[in-house]
Design a protein around this ligand. Structure first.
Ligand code: GDP
Length: 472
C-alpha cells in the first residue's frame, strides 16, 4: 500500500506484479529490499535506500564563535564498590548547601551543580559508577568531561577500579585519581600509587601525568583540593559552549509522576533551555511547562552544563537520549512520528556493531582502522598472553586495541562497554552470564568463546585478512 502511494499506482497493480514474481502478498505486507527494487523497476522507478539515521536526524544549530563562553566541567565518580563514591558525592553535595539548609533540601535529580570557594562551578552526575557512564555512552551520549576514579587507601586497586579506568579511557575521558580513606589506620596511599603505576597510570607526584589527591570522603578532608585538580584538568580541556543557540542536551533520567505527568531530568550541553521552548527527545515532544533546579526551586532558563528537572514532555525518553529544542512545532511532531514509526518497524536499533564476520569486508572497503577487543579469561597469565598476541596482529591498515581485559566471566558491564566502543568480546575459558548474553543479543555484540589461545589468534587473524568463512 505504501509503495503504491509513493509511485502513485493502484495497490492491485503492485499485488499482481508481486504475483508475477511468484509472491502472494497482502495489502499491508512489508516487502524486503530486493522485492521492493524489482517491483519498483517494473514501474520505471529506481529505489534509493536512506538509512534510518538520516531520516530521523536533526540539523542542530551551529555554535557561533563570538558567542562561546566557558562552561563548567561535568564530572562522574567511578571506582570499586565501598571505596567511597557515594560518600564523596554526598560530602560535595552537602558542603555546597548554604548553612542552615543542610540535609533534605537537595533533591536527587541525577545531577547537581556545585560552586566551590573560588566561585567556580562543577556539575556532578549523581549516579556514580562506570555502569551508568557506559550505558549512556552505548546510547550515544558522551556527557562526562572528567572522571574521578576513587580508590580506598586501606584496600587495593580492585577489579572494578580497573574496569572504571578502562571504561573512562575507552571514552577518552581524562582521569583524576582520589585516594580515599586516608584517615583509616591501615591506609597506605603509596601502595595505591604503586599499583596504578604498574598499570601504566603514573600519578603526578611520582612524575607522571595523572593528577591524584589523597582524601577522606567521610571526614571531608582535602575535598576542596581534589575539586581544584578537577578544575585544572577542565582548564586544559578548554570547555566552551554557545549559550545563545537553541538548546541541546541529554536526558539523565525520566519517569512518570502521578501529579506532574512525565518528569525528565536533563543536562543542557549547548544553548539555553527556557520555559515555553518546544522540546524533542526520541519520539517524545512537548513545550517546557516548568523547570526546577536540584533544590526544587523554579527556574526560567537553564544554560550549558546545568542540570534541570523539566515538565512538559509527552513521554519518558531513555537515559542518554538526545534532547533538542525545535524552532518549529510541526517539524518536531513530524520527526517524533517518524521516529516512532522507525522504532516500531525495526526496534530501537539504528547502529549495528562490529562482528568478526564483518571485519574483513569493512577492511576491504577501507573504512575500518581500529578493532577494539575486550578480553575476559579464567586466569591472568592467559589473558595477558592472549591480549599481547592480539595486539601484535595489528597491521599498517588496522590497529587492534585491547580496551579492557580482566579475569572473570563476561559481564553485563563488558557488553555495555563493547556497545559503547564498538568492540568484540573474546572469552577464554569463560562464558557470558545470562544477563550478559541477553543484552549481547539485543545490542548485537559479537562474543567469541575459545578454549585454546591459538584458535583465538588464528580466527581473529583470518577475520582481519577477510578470510573468515561465515558462521553457519
Ligand atoms: P561506594 O560503594 O563506593 O559508594 O562507597 P560508600 O561511599 O558507600 O562507602 C563505603 C563505606 O566506606 C561506608 O561505610 C563509608 O562510611 C566508608 N567510607 C567512605 N569514605 C571513607 C573515608 O574517607 N574514611 C573512612 N574511614 N570511611 C569511609
Amino acid at each position: 500500500n505504501e509503495l503504491a502511494n509513493m509511485m502513485d499506482v493502484q495497490v492491485n497493480q503492485i499485488i499482481s506484479t508481486c504475483m508475477s514474481l511468484g509472491m502472494f502478498v497482502s495489502i499491508n505486507q512489508r516487502l524486503d529490499a530486493e522485492t521492493l527494487s524489482l517491483v519498483a523497476e517494473e514501474f520505471g522507478y529506481t529505489i534509493e535506500f536512506v538509512s534510518a539515521d538520516v531520516a530521523e536526524s536533526i540539523i542542530e544549530e551551529e555554535d557561533k564563535e563570538e558567542d562561546m563562553i566557558s562552561r563548567p566541567p561535568i564530572v562522574t565518580v567511578m571506582g570499586h564498590v565501598d571505596h567511597g563514591k557515594t560518600s564523596l558525592l554526598d560530602h560535595i553535595r552537602k558542603a555546597n548547601v548554604i548553612a542552615g539548609e543542610a540535609g533534605g533540601i537537595t533533591q536527587h535529580i541525577g545531577a547537581y551543580s556545585v560552586k566551590i570557594e573560588s566561585g567556580r562551578q562543577i556539575t556532578f552526575l549523581d549516579t556514580p559508577g562506570h555502569e551508568a557512564f557506559t550505558a549512556m555512552r552505548a546510547r550515544g551520549a558522551q556527557i562526562t568531561d572528567i572522571a574521578i576514579i576513587i580508590v580506598a587507601a586501606d584496600d587495593n586497586v580492585m577489579p572494578q577500579t580497573v574496569e572504571a579506568i578502562n571504561h573512562a579511557s575507552a571514552a577518552g575521558v581524562p582521569i583524576v585519581f582520589a585516594i580515599n580513606k586516608i584517615d583509616k589506620p591501615g591506609a597506605n596511599p603509596d601502595r595505591i600509587r604503586e599499583e596504578l603505576a604498574n598499570m601504566n597510570y603514573l600519578v603526578e607526584d611520582w612524575g607522571g601525568k595523572y593528577q591524584c589527591q589523597e582524601i577522606s570522603a567521610k571526614n571531608g578532608v582535602n575535598i576542596e583540593d581534589l575539586l581544584e585538580k578537577v578544575l585544572l584538568e577542565a582548564d586544559l580541556l578548554e570547555l566552551k559552549a554557545d549559550p545563545k543557540k537553541r538548546a541541546v542536551g541529554s536526558v539523565i533520567e525520566s519517569s512518570l509522576d502521578k501529579g506532574r505527568g512525565f518528569v525528565t531530568t536533563l543536562l543542557v550541553q549547548g544553548g539555553t533551555l527556557r520555559v515555553g521552548d518546544m522540546m524533542l527527545s526520541g519520539s517524545h515532544i512537548g513545550h517546557v511547562k516548568a523547570m526546577f533546579n536540584e533544590r526544587n526551586q523554579k527556574v526560567e532558563a537553564v544554560g550549558p552544563s546545568e542540570p534541570a528537572l523539566v515538565l512538559g514532555l509527552n513521554g519518558a525518553p531513555q537515559a542518554g537520549e538526545r534532547i533538542n529544542v525545535m524552532e518549529d512545532e510541526r517539524e518536531a511532531k513530524d520527526i517524533a512520528t517518524k521516529r516512532e514509526q522507525l522504532q516500531r518497524e525495526q526496534g530501537m536499533r539504528t547502529k549495528k556493531h562490529i562482528t568478526l564476520d564483518e571485519i574483513g569486508r569493512r577492511i576491504a572497503i577501507g573504512n575500518f582502522q581500529e578493532l577494539n577487543v575486550i578480553v575476559k579469561g579464567d586466569v591472568d597469565g592467559s589473558i595477558e598472553a592472549l591480549s599481547d598476541s592480539l595486539i601484535k596482529l595489528s597491521t599498517e591498515e588496522i590497529q587492534v586495541n585491547v580496551i579492557h581485559k580482566a579475569v572473570g566471566q563476561i559481564s553485563e558491564s563488558d557488553i555495555m562497554l563493547a556497545a559503547a566502543s564498538n568492540a568484540i568480546v573474546v572469552g577464554f575459558q569463560v562464558r557470558p552470564s545470562l544477563t550478559a548474553r541477553r543484552i549481547a543479543e539485543k545490542e548485537e555484540i559479537d562474543i567469541r568463546l575459545y578454549s585454546i589461545i591459538y584458535d583465538a589468534i588464528e580466527e581473529l587473524k583470518s577475520a582481519m585478512e577477510g578470510m573468515l568463512s561465515p558462521e553457519i
